[in-house]
Design a protein. Structure first.
Length: 56
């Protein structure tokens, strides 16, 4: 879903800034997964990594 909807949301954003933001979100996702205290937090991190991969 992200790969289909992202082009409409980003509009005219500079691609370098977009890739930097997606890389930052990937780091946040990895940190959430690493320290997840429960299953819901873990799945939130996994969902975020899915959004990032769709963005790339």
């Amino acid at each position: 879903m992200t790969s289909l909807l992202l082009p409409t949301f980003i509009g005219t954003i500079d691609r370098k800034k977009l890739l930097l933001a997606l890389t930052f979100l990937m780091g946040i996702s990895g940190a959430i997964i690493a320290v997840a205290p429960n299953y819901m937090a873990y799945m939130l991190g996994r969902g975020l990594i899915g959004v990032v991969i769709g963005g790339f």
